[in-house]
Structure formats: structure tokens, C-alpha cells
Design a protein around this ligand. Structure first.
Ligand code: HDD
Length: 755
């Protein structure tokens, strides 16, 4: 059947706008919508973006579906109306005093439309403005009632609906997805006992120890105020000026310069609650807890050169990736792990668990898996859901409690406060995406944009006129804070253990693979080369000199100066030596398969069609997303004269957008590809970004022309360069798939790149 847009080849209503016809506006051109909404899809569906623009999302199975249904609007088959529901006869012309005359003040239809448009924008988030979100659920493996009475952990297998938003921190709302930055990982659990927001990041620590410094940190990293540059980048003077004067940020800087700050996908990053929280059981007993999300798809990053090129080719790279995976039914999934420890254990640690610049190493407290997070439904409307969702660290539920982490304490204030200006008043909790599924009953009243119609004359408590209702829940049902004894002077300051800024930075450095260490050095070199002030560069290296000699030397060498003396170490305590913690390396979380990986199959007229189709089929079978990429869009003839449909051109879909490339055999095709600079650049970038390349038969001439070395720098064969070499297509495809699963062939990497 023809699509709705095919059924509307032109606009027959157009002549009705002109001259005398204006007195009798026609009914607008329209077709009846198909019924029902787009059908569900399967995991093997490859072309997810076919659905983009279909106007209807896949109705995923999620518990927020019903609660949001009351506000979902579908205009299929409906006439256009004003905001008062009045049908609009003519949406093309304003009301004029004669056809060539001025517009009438009484044109309430025009005025309503323009006024609403004039006020369409709201302030963006002061940080984390750029983001994308999805619905899903959290499923608890086993009841955790011994530890916590929090509703999501109340029963074996219990499912709690969630809405999760991922974000960058520094960039504005329209900025690029692949900037080097920390990523937000904010989860709203719609629990039976109210909303719980776990507002975390993809890095388990933070830059600063006290909320007092947050506005300074953000002002330093945001575009510089006099000329509003650079956008979405920490590579500028004010940022490095500030952090170089804040030695407590050293540990975080190492994480930020690692590949974690340029993730391949939101689906391929870990998430962390960062702070130490408390779990509280029904008896009121509490333990400390750290939250960890681990992605099933593995933890993978981009190469910096790749991230920069993606920024140009598709600034929405991560947004599109998340959307398409969910539309295709390849639902992103994470496992929730808890580190649980007692106050006595915490006392004995050489660091303070209230210090957000420190981790609790897994070697001290193991991470215990307790449940899984699945994202299975895209939002219907970006603004209504993703933009208006308000996360708030103050949103906790019975069974969870705060600690005295001074960063967390400040956040408890900030998130509620910021929504009031961003979402226009104190009733933002009534916006459908923010409304809890648990019913709200209290005596808060009025304010801008109030939705609830509270009945009765009573809006105070205690009362007798309302039978005392709503009445306070008491300790057994209601939220109670853990009664923690507090003693000491009221004072502005930090405890001694907070002063060790380097021991854990060293732990992180020593836990990285040699490849990751090289990437960290390169990232410092890049960022500090962009910095204009020599003293700032030197001050950063003087912090690194407290962490590791090789690190400091590597960075200093890249910047062309000798390592300066180490920054003064203010810690009254001796540095602590940790055993390396392998879990801190991204390499510890490989992908189990190649599902959702994007593979380019480079074709041209005369390509071995049987080979291209077999490869395509094998990749789809493995859950990957192959695309036929050619010099031009449209149909071409393969070596047997059969049609191949080029899905995208090398110009519109450059190499950085693909995880790997395959080039089937075919002498005519290879001759064409050899003459195309875009194609050569495409393959060169695939090599430089350490991606697998499958070059079949004569296609290997392309690699020779570009100068791709046949072996690794150490002389061993490159496992990411796969050819036929007398083998079958099946075994070559299998070798290619196994290389894609590895994600990148880092053994190939040199600095500077050979190709
Ligand atoms: Fe924050 C947004 C994560 C420290 C103040 N923060 C925000 C978001 C995330 C984080 C993921 C975006 C939520 C969304 O998707 O809407 N922030 C963190 C983490 C921190 C942290 C993991 C340290 C452990 N933040 C932090 C401090 C303060 C703030 C210390 C202030 C004292 N953060 C905010 C904010 C934002 C925000 C101004 C901006 C938009 C919003 O809250 O809703 O209140």
C-alpha cells in the first residue's frame, strides 16, 4: 500500500487561497490514517530509520504507557483547531481588510498561533542541556528487603517503570553529541512509593568535593563569557585555569581525558550514582551503598579524530543511535550493581566515603548485581518528555537516604530550585512526565499552571473538617531520615582524608591498559595545546607530576616543555598505595556480540553481487546494521547485471559513522572505487580509527593504494585486516565479525598515525 505521503502527491487546496476563492476555503488535503500504529519490530530489523518520520512510535511494553496515555494526542483524521478547540477554516491566510489591505486586530486565530510560537522556547538546563531519553523498566533479580525497604527492591523479579536521560554536560541544547565530556546518566524510577531519581554520570567520581564550588566549575568550563567560545569543549583556558588551581580535580581529569569521555554510544557506557548513599530496611537499620550501572553491550569509546569527524557528519550521533536501537527492538540494557558496606568498614578506609572525588575500589567492596535496566520505548514527543523531565537528587523514597557528602548536600537544593525557573514555577511535578504514578495528596496549593483540582475546604493539617486527611503516614509507611548523631563545631572546612588528591588518581592510571594510558596522554596534549596560557599548561602538568612520572613526562613532552616540579601536596596523611583495579579499565567490559554495530559495505557498478548479498545477510544474521555505501545513491548493476540498491553515498555517510567496512570483490567496481577520493579517504579513516576492514579479492588493491601496512608495527598480522587468502567467504566473514566484536584493533595504533 502507498504511504500516506505517496497518497498526497501535491496540494490541491492551494488555488483556494487566491482571489475570490478565498471566500470559500476548501477542506484541507488529507488522508485517513492507517490503523493501528506502526507494528512492533524485531531484533533483526536493520533499517530502523525507515520508521523515523512515520509519526508514530512503536508501542513498547512499559508501565508508564498508561499513565501518559491521558495526555497523548494523535491528530490522525482530525480537523485543525485553535487552542480553544474551535475548528479553523483557513490556516493559510491572515484576516485582512480587503485582499491587499492590512491585517485585522481581531484575527484571534493568527494572534493565538503567533503568540504561542513566540513563547515556544524555555530556558535550557544550565548544565546537561544536550541530552536524549527513553522509557523502560528496572527489574530486581531478588528481593533486597534485608537491606532496604525501597519499593523497587521489594520482591523477586519486580518491575518498576523508569525514564532515563543521557546527556553531555557543557554544551548547549543544540551542541554536538560527540564532544569530549562527562555524560549524564539520570534514572527516574516511578516507584509505588513515589519517584526516586538516581541522577548519576558515566564516571564514578566528580571534579570537586563541595557544592560551594559547582558554579565556579561550570562557569570555567562553559564558553568564555566575553565571546561565548568554545562551544561544548573543555579545551580552553578558563577551564584548565580553574581545574589546575583545584588539585582535588586531578583524579577526575584522568577519567575525563580517558576514552570514557568520548563514548561510542550511550548504550555502551557505565553509569554511577557517584555519591555514597544509604539503604535503609524496614527496621530502620542502614548501610552505605554505591550504585553502578554496567552495559550489556560492553563499554566502548571513539577515537578522538573519529569523534571530531562525527561531529561534522552527524552531530546527533548518540541521539540517533539510541533512538534507532530502540526502534529496531535492540533494547539497551544495563545491570545494576551495588557496593554495600557498613559505617565501621567506611571508617577504616584510607579515603573518606563522603568525598565524591574518590571511588570505593571493587577490591575493598565487591559489586553485587541486583537487577537490570531495559530501555524499550522511545518518547513520543521530545519536548514534552525529554526536555520537560525534571530530575532531582532530592527525589528519594523510603528505603534510600542521603549521606553527608557535601557535594550531594548542595545538589539536594539545586535540582529542585533550577526547575522552578526552567519549567516556570513550583508545579513542575504535575507535568505528565514528572508526575509520580503513586498518588499525590498534600495541602500544597495553587501556583502557576496548577493542574490538580483539589476538592474540599481543607488545605491544612491538622484538621477535623476533613477528618484529619490527608494524614501523616508515620514511621512504618512514611519516609524517615536515618537518625544520625552529629557532634562538633559548625565550621566551613573539610576533613583530613579529603586532602589526598593523588593516591586514587594513581590507582586509576595504574589500572589502565597501555593503550588507554596513551589515549589519556594524547587527550591532555590536545586540550592543553588549545590552551593559550603557558603557565596554565605547566600547572596542569605539575598536578600530574604527583600522579605518575610517565604520565607527566608524556604530557610535558607533547607540549614541548620539561616536567615542572610537582604541585605542593597539602595532605597531612602519607599517600596510599593501591593494588591496580582491573575494573577501572574500559577493556574489562567487552561486547558479547556485534549487535547494532554499523557496517559499511562499499559497492560500485560491477561489485560481486553474490558476495555483497551473502555478507549483508551474514551481518544482519549477527544483529549488525549493514549498509550498502557507494559513490552515488540509487540502483547499480552488480557483476551479473542484477540490481544492488546503494543506501547512502560515501559523501553523505562518511567513514566515522561506521564501526567497520567491507569491500566485496569485483574488478570494475574496484577500478571505480580506486578513482574516488571520498572512497580512499573512507578506507583510510577506517584504518586510522583502528576499525576492522574486510577487503575481498581484488578490493585489496584499495588498501595498497592508500598505503595501509599489511602487518602491525610489531610485524604480526593485523587481525582487523581480513581478506580471502584462499579461504572461504564464510571463514573470512567469521574473522571479520570477530574483529568487529573486539571493537578496535588498538595494536595498530601509532602516534602520530601512519596512515
Ligand atoms: Fe548536576 C543536572 C549529574 C553535581 C546541579 N546533573 C544534572 C544532570 C545530571 C547531573 C545527569 C542532568 C539531569 C537531566 O538529564 O535532566 N551533577 C550530576 C552528578 C554530579 C552533579 C553525577 C556529581 C556527583 N549538579 C552537581 C552539583 C550541582 C548540580 C554539585 C549544584 C550544586 N545539575 C545541577 C543542576 C542541573 C543538573 C543545575 C541542571 C539541570 C537540572 O539540574 O535539572 O541543578
Amino acid at each position: 500500500t502507498a504511504s500516506m505521503s505517496e497518497q498526497m502527491p501535491d496540494n490541491p487546496a492551494k488555488p483556494g487561497e487566491i482571489g475570490a476563492a478565498a471566500y470559500d476555503p476548501p477542506v484541507g488535503n488529507h488522508v485517513e490514517p492507517p490503523h493501528p500504529a506502526v507494528t512492533g519490530s524485531t531484533v533483526s530489523e536493520r533499517n530502523a530509520s525507515d520508521k523515523v518520520g512515520a509519526g508514530k512510535s512503536v508501542p513498547g511494553n512499559n508501565a508508564t504507557t498508561e499513565s501518559l496515555d491521558r495526555v497523548r494526542v494523535d491528530s490522525g483524521g482530525q480537523v485543525l483547531t485553535t487552542n480553544q478547540g474551535v475548528p479553523i477554516a483557513d490556516n493559510q491566510n491572515s484576516l485582512k481588510a480587503s485582499l491587499r489591505g492590512p491585517t485585522a486586530m481581531e484575527d484571534f486565530i493568527l494572534r493565538e498561533k503567533i503568540t504561542h510560537f513566540d513563547h515556544e522556547r524555555i530556558p535550557e538546563r544550565v548544565v546537561h542541556a544536550r541530552g536524549s531519553a527513553a522509557h523502560g523498566y528496572f527489574e530486581c533479580y531478588k528481593a533486597l528487603t534485608q537491606l532496604t525497604r525501597a519499593a523497587p527492591f521489594a520482591e523477586d523479579g519486580k518491575r518498576t517503570p523508569v525514564f532515563v536521560r543521557f546527556s553531555t554536560v557543557a554544551g548547549e541544547r543544540g551542541s554536538t553529541d560527540t564532544a569530549r565530556d562527562v555524560r549524564g546518566f539520570a534514572v527516574k524510577f516511578y516507584t509505588d512509593e513515589g519517584n526516586w531519581d538516581l541522577v548519576g554520570n558515566n564516571i564514578p567520581i566528580f571534579f570537586i568535593q563541595d557544592a560551594m564550588k559547582f558554579p565556579d566549575l561550570v562557569h570555567a568550563v562553559k564558553p568564555e563569557p566575553h565571546f561565548a567560545m568554545p562551544q561544548a569543549s573543555s579545551a580552553h583556558d578558563t577551564y584548565w585555569d580553574f581545574v589546575s588551581l583545584m588539585p582535588e580535580s586531578t583524579h577526575m581529569l584522568l577519567w575525563q581525558m580517558s576514552d570514557r569521555a568520548i563514548p561510542r554510544s550511550y548504550r555502551m557506557m557505565q553509569g554511577f550514582g557517584v555519591h555514597t548513599f544509604r539503604l535503609v530496611n524496614a527496621a530502620g537499620e542502614s548501610v552505605f551503598c554505591k550504585f553502578h550501572w554496567t552495559p550489556l553491550a560492553g563499554t566502548h569509546g571513539l577515537a578522538w579524530d573519529e569523534a571530531v569527524k562525527i561531529s561534522g557528519a552527524d552531530p546527533d550521533f548518540h541521539r540517533r543511535d539510541l533512538w534507532e536501537a530502540i526502534e529496531a527492538g535492540a533494547y539497551p540494557e544495563w545491570e545494576l550493581g551495588l557496593q554495600v558496606f557498613s559505617e565501621e568498614q567506611a571508617e577504616a578506609f584510607e579515603f573518606d566515603v563522603l568525598d565524591a572525588t574518590k571511588i570505593v575500589p571493587e577490591e575493598l567492596v565487591p559489586i553485587v548485581p541486583v537487577g537490570r535496566l531495559v530501555l524499550n520505548r522511545n518518547p513520543d514527543n521530545f519536548f514534552a518528555e525529554t526536555e520537560q523531565v525534571a530530575f532531582c537528587t532530592a527525589h528519594i523514597v523510603p528505603g534510600i537516604d542521603f549521606t553527608n557528602d557535601p557535594l550531594l548536600q548542595g545538589r539536594i537544593h539545586s535540582y529542585l530550585d533550577t526547575q522552578i525557573s526552567r519549567l516556570g514555577g513550583a508545579n513542575f511535578h504535575e507535568i505528565p512526565i514528572n508526575a509520580p504514578i503513586a498518588q499525590v495528596h498534600n495541602n500544597q496549593r495553587d501556583g502557576m499552571h496548577r493542574q490538580a483540582i483539589a476538592r474540599g475546604r481543607v488545605s491544612y493539617e491538622p484538621n477535623s473538617l476533613g477528618g484529619g486527611c490527608p494524614f501523616q503516614a508515620g514511621r512504618m509507611q512514611g519516609f524517615t531520615s536515618v537518625p544520625e548523631p552529629i557532634a562538633g563545631d559548625k565550621v566551613r572546612g573539610k576533613p583530613e582524608k579529603f586532602a589526598d588528591h593523588y593516591s586514587q588518581a594513581r590507582l586509576f592510571w595504574q589500572s589502565q591498559s597501555p593503550t588507554e594510558q596513551k589515549h589519556i596522554i594524547k587527550a591532555f596534549r590536545f586540550e592543553l595545546t588549545r590552551v593559550q596560557t603557558q603557565a596554565i599548561r605547566q600547572r596542569v602538568v605539575s598536578l600530574l607530576a604527583n600522579v605518575d612520572d610517565e604520565l607527566a613526562q608524556g604530557v610535558a613532552q607533547g607540549l614541548g616543555f620539561p616536567v615542572p616540579p610537582p604541585a605542593p601536596n597539602i595532605s597531612p596523611l602519607p599517600p596510599h598505595t593501591y593494588e591496580p583495579s582491573p575494573g577501572l579499565s574500559m577493556m574489562s567490559y567487552p561486547a558479547p556480540d556485534i549487535r547494532t554495530r554499523r557496517i559499511a559495505i562499499l559497492v560500485a557498478p560491477g561489485t560481486d553481487g553474490a558476495m555483497a548479498r551473502a555478507l549483508y545477510g551474514a551481518l544482519v544474521e549477527a544483529g549488525a546494521v549493514p549498509r550498502l555505501v557507494g559513490p552515488m545513491l540509487g540502483e547499480i548493476a552488480d557483476d551479473k547485471g542484477k540490481p544492488l540498491h546503494v543506501e547512502i553515498s560515501v559523501e553523505a555517510g562518511p567513514a566515522a559513522l561506521y564501526d567497520a567496512v567491507a569491500i566485496p570483490n569485483g574488478s570494475d567496481a574496484t577500478a571505480t572505487l580506486l578513482k574516488d577520493g571520498h572512497v580512499l579517504e573512507f578506507i583510510k579513516d577506517q584504518y586510522r580509527h583502528c576499525k576492522p576492514i574486510l577487503a575481498l579479492g581484488v578490493a585489496s588493491a584499495l588498501l595498497e593504494k592508500i598505503g595501509i601496512p599489511p602487518a602491525l608495527p610489531d610485524g604480526e598480522p593485523d587481525p582487523g585486516i581480513v581478506g580471502l587468502a584462499g579461504e572461504s567467504l564464510e571463514s573470512a566473514t567469521a574473522a571479520f565479525i570477530s574483529a568487529i566484536r573486539q571493537h578496535k584493533i588498538f595494536e595498530r595504533e601509532t602516534d602520530p598515525p601512519l596512515v
